[in-house]
Ligand binder design. Structure first.
Ligand code: GDP
Ligand code: CA
Length: 326
């Protein structure tokens, strides 16, 4: 599957459960967005990879929805007192352990893929392997209007965390994108897949960033496996997130049908063989089917592990049905 952080983590936990129950011989490979990554206080931070790692390892803070459970912030307070990290971005003490380990390995010459492999050795992720979409640094910047006229850019994390995506984005810039390549692990996972699932993640700054890596779109279009997408939009709203602000910036409506058309049908120049929308969006099914995307309406709210597992199984079945049809 292709995934961003929070939506991706909820979905993959459900997928792991569905695989345990119904497909015990299967393995799950996740190609993870790295567009939110950045350098802060001399450390390389990879938020989406960490959300997935902590969630799958049972180490995430369920109350807050992100970061480590049982976290403390003693070091963070020191860093803020020195002005090394801003007050709007706290690095918890346990979380800092991960960032220091990652940065140490990167500095000793390891690729991000190697670092991710080492980090996940520590915990039992239950048969899930994480792969960064790319080993190259492709940090997302957001262009906004300046008070004095003109425009300037912020790192995505500042726009997202400090301004809660409330500064209207003029456009997103994936810095370093032209020279980036998909990671070898991501490409190998796609090639070997029986079904490819695009998680209900942010279609612009998570999935959009993954598929914009030069070579990734071609690799996806070339897979023999069916590609099934799950809508992150339910009844015209982003669930638990600010994906609507990102869609607005690229001129796409916050609508399950509009996101499917953004990804496009694989029979045309797009990515999707099949697409799942919520039952509240059943009205878009016929139009999308006519456009060549096999669309079904199922419950898309991941309220708990059971509902996430049922959704994941529906996505797998949509893919497996297309394998036997072809
Ligand atoms: P981020 O990297 O932490 O922003 O997380 P992702 O990119 O993986 O996904 C965030 C998006 O997931 C949100 O903007 C929502 O659109 C979507 N999402 C979150 N929870 C649910 C859910 O229960 N069901 C569905 N269908 N989408 C969800
Ligand atoms: Ca993210």
């Amino acid at each position: 599957m292709l995934a961003g952080g929070v939506g991706g983590a909820r979905f993959v936990r459900g997928l792991r459960e569905a695989v345990r129950w119904w497909h015990p011989d299967a393995a799950i490979d996740v190609v993870v967005n790295t567009g939110d990554d950045w350098w802060l206080g001399g450390l390389r931070i990879t938020p989406d990879l960490d959300s997935l790692l902590y969630t799958l390892a049972g180490q995430n803070d369920e109350q807050r929805g992100w970061g480590r459970v049982g976290e403390s912030e003693r070091v963070a307070a020191e860093l803020q007192a020195y002005g090394v990290t801003p007050e709007w971005f706290t690095l918890g003490d346990l979380d800092l352990g991960t960032h220091i380990a990652r940065t140490a390995w990167l500095r000793s010459g390891a690729s991000l893929s190697e670092v991710v492999a080492r980090l996940q050795q520590r915990w039992d992720l239950g048969g899930v392997r994480l792969h960064p979409a790319t080993d190259d640094e492709v940090d997302t910047h957001v262009w906004v209007a300046s008070d004095a006229g003109g425009e300037h850019d912020l790192h995505f994390q500042e726009w997202w965390t400090r301004y809660r995506a409330q500064l209207p984005a003029l456009r997103f810039e994936q810095r370093g994108l032209a020279a980036a390549r998909p990671s070898a692990g991501a490409l190998a996972a796609l090639e070997a897949a029986d079904v490819v699932i695009i998680a209900p993640s942010n279609p612009v700054v998570s999935i959009g960033t993954i598929v914009s890596i030069p070579g990734m779109r071609d690799a996806l279009r070339a897979v023999t496996a069916p590609i099934v997408g799950v809508s992150p939009i339910i009844a015209g709203a982003a669930v638990r997130g600010m994906a609507d602000a990102c869609l607005a910036a690229i001129g796409v409506a916050t609508d399950a049908g509009a996101v499917a058309r953004l990804y496009g049908p694989r029979s045309g120049v797009g990515l999707l063989d099949a697409w799942l929308v919520d039952e509240a969006d059943a009205g878009v099914v016929d139009g999308l089917r006519a456009d060549g995307i096999a669309t079904d309406a199922v419950p898309l709210w991941m309220r708990d592990l059971d509902s996430a597992a049922a959704l994941a199984e529906a996505a797998l079945q949509a893919g497996l049905a297309r394998r036997s049809a072809s």
